[in-house]
Write a protein that binds this ligand. Structure first.
Ligand code: ADP
Length: 179
């Protein structure tokens, strides 16, 4: 599913983030930038050891709600934006931190002249954020950013399983209806 947000494309697809040919992909990292399971592990495996070497050389960690940038190693994407989403707690702060993790990635895209990025569903795996809530926060954050930033031409959410994909698809439809 795809829609225009001003001059930019916002897309929701089912697939594997490691196979995307967008200039950048997002990663759901942890604050120690230590690698791990889930999408983080998949990205490091597919991209090879230079991504971790790049992280170690440049950063000692990353606060929750923020993101850092490295090269993409062997991935098709030239860059990886390692975003640290919140561990779900049920407090209103969760949404602020999740939104800020996505927004920091988009700001890094603007700074580095990256015009296309693919995101996984940050925080909705091991970090336990309910997909219904997280999808609304993610899509709203991206839409709001795109409205003021035509330099970003494409944002694609790449959802691994069909259930998560359906929830994002529904959230995008709802968001478009209520705007
Ligand atoms: P977090 O710790 O932020 O919750 P996880 O990696 O546990 O991150 O999960 C985030 C989401 O990424 C989950 O929906 C999971 O199914 C998904 N995921 C796992 N592997 C991939 C992949 N290769 N491509 C896209 N999404 C993936």
């Amino acid at each position: 599913m795809k829609e225009m947000v001003h001059q930019s494309v916002l897309e929701v697809v089912q697939g594997d983030i490691t196979q995307q040919d967008t200039e950048a992909i997002g990663n759901a990292a942890n604050s120690r930038l230590a690698g791990g399971g889930g999408v983080d592990g998949a990205i490091h495996r597919a991209g090879g050891p230079t991504i971790m070497a790049d992280l170690r050389a440049k950063y000692t960690g990353c606060p929750t709600g923020s993101a850092v940038i490295t090269g993409g190693g062997n991935l098709k994407a030239k860059y990886v934006l390692h975003a640290v989403g919140p561990i779900y707690s049920g407090s209103p702060k969760d949404a602020q931190l999740l939104s800020s993790a996505y927004r920091t990635c988009l700001e890094l895209c603007t700074q580095h002249q990256i015009s296309a990025i693919a995101f996984p569903s940050i925080s909705t795996g091991v970090y336990g954020y309910p997909v219904e809530e997280a999808s609304r926060v993610a899509l709203k954050t991206v839409k709001d950013y795109l409205k003021g930033h035509p330099e970003i031409k494409l944002v694609r959410f790449v959802l691994f399983d069909s259930k998560t994909y359906s929830v994002y698809e529904e959230a995008l439809k709802e968001l478009t209806k209520t705007e």
